[in-house]
Every structure is written in structure tokens, then in C-alpha cells.
Design a protein. Structure first.
Length: 67
């Protein structure tokens, strides 16, 4: 019983280490892209479109009240 617990613990540690390695690599790659001015401009455009979409939704609802 103790041996199987140690084996499963070792497997879990290896899986966690691999997962953290993948996540940190993805975060590093993403951080390099986020720093680019073109990416920031595009994100500002996307957030502006989303803002106008929410505003249009509010206008379309008009004065309707929901309970």
C-alpha cells in the first residue's frame, strides 16, 4: 500500500511539473506578444467594438425592465 502511494505521488509530481512548465512557456510567449504595439492597438479596437455592442444592446432593450 505504501509503495503504490509513493508511485502515485511521484506520477502526480511529474504531471504537475510538466503542467507548470507548459503554462509558464505559454505565459512567456504571450507576454512577448502583449508587449507589441500592434497587439495593444488590436486589443483596444476589440474592446471598443465590445463596448459599442453592449451600448447597442442597452439601446435595443429600451426601457424594458426585467425582474
Amino acid at each position: 500500500m505504501f509503495t503504490s502511494t509513493l508511485v502515485f505521488t511521484a506520477i502526480d509530481i511529474v504531471e504537475l511539473a510538466l503542467w507548470y512548465w507548459v503554462v509558464s512557456g505559454a505565459a512567456s510567449a504571450l507576454s512577448e506578444r502583449i508587449r507589441r504595439p500592434a497587439f495593444r492597438r488590436r486589443m483596444e479596437q476589440v474592446s471598443g467594438v465590445a463596448f459599442f455592442g453592449f451600448a447597442a444592446n442597452l439601446l435595443a432593450e429600451g426601457g424594458r425592465k426585467t425582474a
